[in-house]
Design a protein. Structure first.
Lengths: 171, 450, 378
C-alpha cells in the first residue's frame, strides 16, 4: 500500500515538474502586454502550448517600435523567435500581421509606416523559416490605437505590429 | 559756471534747433501741375457691408427672401474680409427693389457696400432671385444687376451664387461659396472609431452620407468637375482606392485587386483623366499613376523609402509628394512622368500632405515640429514658407477653388480627443470651425458647381 | 557775478524763444478751422438725423420688366439739407432679441442636387434718359406703395403687388462693434503685425517672422462728427500710420504755422506753398481709409495712379475720381485697386481734407499713387 502511495506521489511530482517546465518556456518580453483575458478561469488554454491563447499571452503577439521606425528591437526579435517556433509547430495556423502607428503623424504616412512595420515582422518570420504563404500583412496606420491617451506611455503601446493567428491555409 | 564757449555752443544749438524746425516746416518746392502724393500704407480691415433683407415680391417668396439674405450675409461674413452692418443699425429699408437707393442713409452707417435684392415665386413655381450691388460712397452700382431662376429647392445655391458675385466684384477674386465639401464623418470612441463618407455644402448645410460605417473609409478627393470621388476603403479587407459617382452614390474599386498590395492616397489630374496614388508592395510604398481611359499604369517613383501623398500641379505637368528618403518626411517635386525629384521643404521638422493650390502659386502642407502640428503654405520652389496654424494635431489641407482659403482637420488631444474641420485664409486670418454634424476629418473641397 | 549774468542771458533767450513761438502762432493762423459738424459725440435720434439729410427727388419707377433704376440728382455725399420738408422715415420695426444661431442642423438627405438655371438679364440701366418715365420734380416720400402697373408693357399678371414687406430683424451678429452711428475717433491702439496662430507665442519660439496684423474691429471713422483731439487743428488722423507719425504730423502742422512767416516765403501767386506737414497730413488722411484687406492678391500687386479734383472746402469731387494710370500689375487688379482707392479718397474726404484754402490752386488737382507693395501678403 505505501509503495502505491509513493508511486502516486512521485507521478504527481513528475507531472507537476513537467507542467512547470512547460510554464517556464516563452519568457515574456519587456514590451509585451499583460492582457490575460481571464486566463485564470481558462488556464488550460494559456497553458496549452498549441492554443492561440498561449501564442497571444505566453509568447506574445506583438512587438513595439520607436517613433517613425520599423526596425525590430532585441526584445522584438525574441518574441518573434517564439512566434516563428510556434507557427512552425502548429502548421494549421496562418497569420495576419497588422502594422500600426501612433497618432503623431499624418494619415497617409502612418499607413505606409504601419505597412513597413508589418513587413519587417513578416520578413523576420520568413527568415526564421515560416513559409511565406502562411503570412499576410495589413496596415491600419493610426486608425486603430490601442491606448487613447495622448502621451508617450500610450503612443509607445500603439507603435506596434500584431500577429493575428487564425486557422487557415496551412503549408 | 558755464564757460563762454559752452554758452555760445548752447545758443548755436538752440538756434540750430529752431532752424531745423523751420526747415522741416518749410514749404515744399513750389509746384506746378497737380499735387502729387504717394500712398504706400493703408489699413487691413473687414469691409463693412449692408444686406437688407431681399424684397419678397409675393407672399410665397417671403421665407425664401429671408433665408437667402441670411445665407448671403453669412457667406460674406465667413470670409473674414467683410463685416456686416446689422439690420438693427439700418436707417432706411429697401422696400422696393427698383427704387433709387438713399445712399446718404447707408453712408451714415458706414456701409461701404450695399446689396439689394428681390425674390419672387413665379407662376410655374420657379424661384426668381435678383440682386444689385452698390458702392455706397461713390454712389454707383458695382457691376450689373443679375437675376437667377431655379427651383425652390435650390434657394441655397442661388444665395451662394449671389454671394459669389458680390465677393468677386468687391475683391477681384473668384468666389467659392457655391461649392461642396466631401469629408469623413466620425463617431464612437477613439479606439473604435466608426467612419462614413459624407458630403455637404461648404457651409455645413445639406449633409448627405455616402457610405455606411461598416468599413473604414479615409480621405475622399473630389474630381476636378465635382462629379466623382476617390477615396480609400477597407471594405475588401485591405486599404484600397475606390471611385464613386456622387450623383448616383455608386462605387467601384479603382483597379482590379492585386492581393497583398495596399493602395491609398489618391488624387486626380487636373483634366480628370488620370489618378496618381500610393501603392505598397512588401512594405515599400511608391507613387503610381493610372490612366483612367486606357488603364495604363506607370510607376513614378522607385525608392526604398516611403513615397506618398502625391498631388498634381494645376497645369498637370508636375507632381508634388512626400518622401522620407532623406531620413525624415520632406516635400519633393517631380515631373508628372516621374524621374528626378527635387526637395523643396527646408524648414525644421517633418513635412507632409503637400497639396498644390488651384492657382498654381502655392503648395499647402502639414508641418510637424517639436510635438506641434501646423498647416502652412510655401511657394512652389519652397521659398516664402509660412505657417498658418498651430495645434496638437492639424493635418490634411484642402484648397478652396479660388486658392485663397484652406480647409483642414484639427484633432484635440487626449482620450476624448475629437477631430473637426477648420478653415483659414492663406494670410493666416479668419481661422474658424466648419459646421459638421459631429466629428469630422479629411475634407476635400469641390470646384465651383456648374 | 558772471554766472548770474550768463544765467540771465540764457533764461532771457529761452523766454524770448518761447514767447516768440507762442505769440507768433496767435497772429499768423493761416488756415481757417476745418469744416466739421458740431454735433459732437452724441447719438442722433432718427428724427434729428432725418432733419439733417437731404431729401432726394425720387422718380417712382413703373412696374415693368425689366425694371429700371433712376438715380436722384443729388450726388455729393453730404449736401446741406434742402428747404423742403423732411420726409418721414419709416419707423423701426419692433426689435426682439434673437439668440445667435447654432450650427446648422442636419437636414434629411435631400433629393439629388437641384439644378439652377442662370439667366443674366441685365436689370440696371444708366440713370439718365429714361423715356418712359414722366419727369417729376415733386419729392415723393419713399415709402409710398408702388403705383399700379402701367398697362402698356404687360407685366406678369400673376405677380401681385405684395404689401410692403417690413424687414425682419436679422439675428444680431456676434462680435460686430457696437454703436455704428457715432463713435469717438481716438486713434486706436492698432498693433502693427499680423500674428497668425502659428506665431502666437504659446511657449515655443516663433517659427517664422511676424507680419503686419489686422487691426481688431474698430469703430468707424465718423462722417458727421469728429472729436478734436490734438490742440492743433488736425484732420481726423488715420489709424493706419503708427501713432508717432500722427503726433509728429500734428506737431509739424503746429510748427509750420508758427514758422511760416519766419521761413522765406516763396513768391507764388497761388498762396503760400503747402508745407511738408500739410502734404503728409493729406496723404495720411487718405491712407487711413485705404482698406486693402479685401483686395485680391492680384490687386495687391498692382500700383495705380488716381487723379481727382478737389472742392474749395477740401472735399473731393466724387465724379472726378478716375484711374489715371497703371504703373505695375494687371488690368483686372487695377480695377479692384482703383475701387478701393476711390473709396478711400471719398470716405475720408467727407468732411474735407485739411488743406489751406489760400493754397487751393495747388491742390485743386491731385494725382495720388497707390502702391500696396508694403501691404502685400508675403
Amino acid at each position: 500500500m505505501s509503495s502505491l502511495i509513493r508511486i502516486f506521489t512521485r507521478a504527481t511530482l513528475v507531472v507537476a515538474v513537467l507542467g512547470l517546465a512547460a510554464c517556464g518556456q516563452g519568457r515574456l518580453g519587456a514590451g509585451n502586454t499583460t492582457n490575460l483575458n481571464g486566463s485564470g478561469l481558462n488556464g488550460a488554454g494559456a497553458q496549452d502550448p498549441s492554443s492561440p491563447a498561449y501564442f497571444n499571452q505566453t509568447i506574445g503577439d506583438r512587438v513595439l517600435f520607436a517613433v517613425d521606425q520599423s526596425t525590430l528591437s532585441a526584445e522584438g526579435r525574441t518574441i518573434l523567435n517564439g512566434q516563428a517556433q510556434w507557427l512552425l509547430t502548429n502548421t494549421e495556423y496562418a497569420a495576419l500581421i497588422e502594422g500600426h502607428a501612433d497618432e503623431q503623424g499624418t494619415r497617409e504616412y502612418n499607413l505606409a509606416l504601419g505597412a513597413r512595420r508589418a513587413a519587417a515582422v513578416q520578413e523576420y518570420l520568413i527568415s526564421q523559416g515560416v513559409p511565406a504563404n502562411r503570412l499576410r500583412t495589413i496596415s491600419y496606420g493610426k486608425e486603430r490605437p490601442l491606448e487613447i491617451c495622448s502621451d508617450e506611455t500610450c503612443y509607445s503601446q500603439n507603435r506596434r505590429a500584431v500577429t493575428v493567428i487564425s486557422v487557415g491555409l496551412g503549408a | 559756471m558755464i564757460a563762454p564757449f559752452t554758452r555760445i555752443a548752447l545758443a548755436v544749438a538752440a538756434f540750430g534747433g529752431i532752424a531745423a524746425f523751420g526747415l522741416w516746416a518749410a514749404p515744399a518746392v513750389a509746384q506746378s501741375g497737380p499735387l502729387r502724393i504717394e500712398i504706400t500704407e493703408g489699413v487691413i480691415e473687414p469691409l463693412p457691408f449692408a444686406a437688407p433683407t431681399f424684397v419678397a415680391e409675393n407672399a410665397a417668396a417671403a421665407d425664401a427672401a429671408q433665408d437667402i439674405t441670411r445665407v448671403i450675409a453669412a457667406d460674406l461674413r465667413g470670409t473674414g474680409l467683410f463685416r456686416e452692418i446689422p439690420s438693427t443699425a439700418h436707417i432706411s429699408t429697401i422696400t422696393n427693389f427698383s427704387s433709387p437707393v438713399q445712399f446718404n442713409d447707408w453712408q451714415a452707417i458706414n456701409a461701404q457696400a450695399l446689396i439689394t435684392g428681390s425674390v419672387e415665386q413665379s407662376a410655374n413655381g420657379q424661384l426668381i432671385v435678383r440682386f444689385r450691388l452698390f458702392d455706397v460712397f461713390s454712389q454707383q452700382p458695382l457691376g450689373e444687376g443679375l437675376q437667377f431662376v431655379g427651383s425652390p429647392d435650390s434657394w441655397r445655391r442661388m444665395a451662394h451664387n449671389v454671394a459669389d458675385q458680390v465677393y468677386e466684384r468687391l475683391t477681384g477674386e473668384t468666389g467659392y461659396f457655391d461649392t461642396r465639401v466631401a469629408f469623413i464623418s466620425e463617431s464612437g470612441p477613439k479606439n473604435a472609431r466608426l467612419k462614413r463618407l459624407a458630403i455637404m455644402d461648404y457651409d455645413g448645410a445639406n449633409v448627405q452620407y455616402l457610405t455606411d460605417s461598416r468599413a473604414l473609409v479615409l480621405a475622399p478627393r473630389f474630381s476636378p468637375d465635382g462629379s466623382r470621388l476617390l477615396y480609400t476603403s477597407y471594405e475588401s479587407g485591405e486599404p484600397r482606392v475606390y471611385l464613386m459617382d456622387v450623383a448616383t452614390v455608386s462605387r467601384r474599386p479603382l483597379e482590379t485587386f492585386v492581393a497583398g498590395n495596399m493602395t491609398f492616397a489618391p488624387r486626380w489630374s487636373p483634366d480628370g483623366g488620370r489618378v496618381v496614388f500610393s501603392e505598397e508592395q512588401g512594405g515599400n510604398t511608391d507613387i503610381f499613376m493610372l490612366d483612367l481611359g486606357s488603364g495604363l499604369r506607370t510607376q513614378l517613383t522607385q525608392a526604398p523609402s516611403i513615397e506618398t501623398a502625391p498631388s498634381f500641379s494645376p497645369d498637370g505637368t508636375q507632381v508634388v509628394f512626400e518622401s522620407d528618403r532623406s531620413g525624415t518626411q520632406q516635400i519633393y517635386v517631380m515631373s508628372a512622368n516621374g524621374g528626378d525629384a527635387r526637395r523643396i521643404s527646408s524648414g525644421t521638422g517633418r513635412y507632409g500632405t503637400p497639396v498644390w493650390s488651384p492657382r498654381g502659386d502655392l503648395i499647402a502642407f502639414t508641418n510637424q515640429n517639436e510635438g506641434r502640428f501646423h498647416i502652412g503654405v510655401m511657394r512652389t520652389d519652397g521659398s516664402e514658407e509660412r505657417l498658418l496654424t498651430a495645434s496638437f494635431l492639424d493635418e490634411g489641407p484642402s484648397w478652396a477653388p479660388n486658392g485663397r482659403v484652406i480647409m483642414f482637420t484639427r484633432e484635440t488631444a487626449g482620450a476624448d480627443g475629437a477631430p473637426a474641420l477648420y478653415s483659414v485664409d492663406i494670410s493666416g486670418r479668419n481661422l474658424q470651425r466648419v459646421a459638421t454634424p459631429g466629428m469630422a476629418s479629411d475634407p476635400s473641397w469641390s470646384p465651383l458647381q456648374n | 557775478m558772471e554766472m548770474r549774468r550768463s544765467l540771465y542771458a540764457s533764461g532771457g533767450m529761452h523766454a524770448a524763444l518761447i514767447l516768440w513761438l507762442a505769440i507768433d502762432g496767435l497772429f499768423h493762423r493761416a488756415d481757417p478751422p476745418p469744416d466739421f459738424s458740431v454735433t459732437g459725440v452724441t447719438i442722433l435720434s432718427v428724427a434729428e438725423f432725418a432733419a439733417m439729410s437731404p431729401t432726394a427727388t425720387v422718380i417712382p419707377a413703373a412696374v415693368e420688366q425689366p425694371a429700371e433704376l433712376t438715380q436722384p440728382p443729388e450726388t455729393a455725399s453730404l449736401a446741406p439739407p434742402t428747404a423742403e420738408a423732411p420726409t418721414p422715415r419709416p419707423s423701426r420695426p419692433e426689435i426682439t432679441e434673437a439668440p445667435v444661431p447654432d450650427p446648422l442642423p442636419v437636414p434629411p438627405p435631400p433629393a439629388p442636387q437641384a439644378q439652377i438655371v442662370e439667366q443674366t438679364a441685365t436689370l440696371l440701366a444708366p440713370p439718365a434718359g429714361d423715356p418712359t418715365q414722366p419727369p417729376s420734380d415733386t419729392p415723393v416720400p419713399e415709402d409710398i406703395p408702388r403705383v399700379a402697373p402701367v398697362p402698356a408693357p404687360t407685366p406678369d399678371p400673376e405677380v401681385t403687388i405684395a404689401p410692403e414687406v417690413v424687414a425682419q430683424p436679422a439675428p444680431p451678429e456676434q462680435s460686430i462693434a457696437a454703436a455704428e452711428e457715432v463713435t469717438p475717433t481716438a486713434p486706436e491702439a492698432a498693433t502693427t503685425e499680423i500674428v497668425t496662430e502659428a506665431e502666437r507665442p504659446s511657449g515655443g519660439a516663433p517659427l517664422t517672422s511676424a507680419r503686419p496684423t489686422a487691426r481688431p474691429n474698430r469703430p468707424d471713422p465718423v462722417q458727421t462728427a469728429a472729436v478734436q483731439e490734438t490742440p492743433a487743428p488736425a484732420p481726423e488722423t488715420p489709424q493706419a500710420a503708427p501713432a508717432d507719425d500722427a503726433v509728429a504730423a500734428a506737431i509739424a502742422a503746429a510748427v509750420a504755422e508758427a514758422a511760416a512767416p519766419a521761413a522765406p516765403a516763396a513768391v507764388v501767386s497761388s498762396g503760400p506753398p503747402l508745407t511738408n506737414g500739410q502734404r503728409d497730413g493729406f496723404r495720411l488722411a487718405v491712407a487711413g481709409c485705404w482698406n486693402v484687406g479685401s483686395l485680391s492678391t492680384d490687386a495687391l500687386r498692382t500700383t495705380i495712379v488716381v487723379a481727382f479734383s478737389m472742392n474749395r472746402d477740401g472735399t473731393p469731387v466724387a465724379n472726378s475720381v478716375r484711374l489715371d494710370g497703371v504703373l505695375e500689375g494687371t488690368t483686372a487688379g487695377a480695377q479692384n485697386a482703383f475701387e478701393a482707392a476711390r473709396r478711400a479718397i471719398i470716405r475720408c474726404g467727407g468732411n474735407g481734407y485739411d488743406l489751406p484754402e489760400e493754397s487751393y490752386e495747388q491742390w485743386r488737382e491731385v494725382e495720388a499713387v497707390f502702391n500696396p507693395e508694403g501691404m502685400r501678403l508675403r
